[in-house]
Design a protein around this ligand. Structure first.
Ligand code: SF4
Length: 108
């Protein structure tokens, strides 16, 4: 197996599963729709995504990521986003989204 940091083939960064019955599961994706992070690696970590909170049937507070495009918008961009946020992951403590992201979204 060739290490990913020496190969020129970057197919590992994403794919689009157009036959999926949920595709496209998130609206507003402009680049290649990346399905690689369908189950987001950041679900248990602090992240900059626009998640909402909900309480599941077991009473656990969870993220509702319906409005988030970050792990899906472009193979390269979403790959880079996930790698960046996994460099120093912080366990998500159940808090609402941080204000920093909301300001960033408003400024766009
Ligand atoms: S809000 Fe976005 S980045 Fe954060 S866990 Fe959900 S899908 Fe991942």
């Amino acid at each position: 197996m060739q290490p990913k940091n020496t190969t020129k083939d970057q197919a590992y960064k994403g794919f689009t599963h157009r036959a999926c019955p949920f595709y496209p599961c998130h609206q507003g994706v402009r680049r290649e729709f990346n399905c690689l992070f369908c189950y987001c690696p950041l679900i248990a970590y602090a992240c900059p995504g626009p998640y909402q909170l909900y309480t599941d049937k077991h009473g656990l507070v969870r993220k509702d990521c319906s409005d988030c495009r970050l792990p899906h918008d472009g193979y390269h961009a979403s790959w880079a986003f996930i790698q960046k946020w996994l460099e120093k992951p912080e366990i998500w403590d159940g808090r609402e989204q941080i204000e920093r992201y909301r300001k960033t979204e408003r400024e766009r």
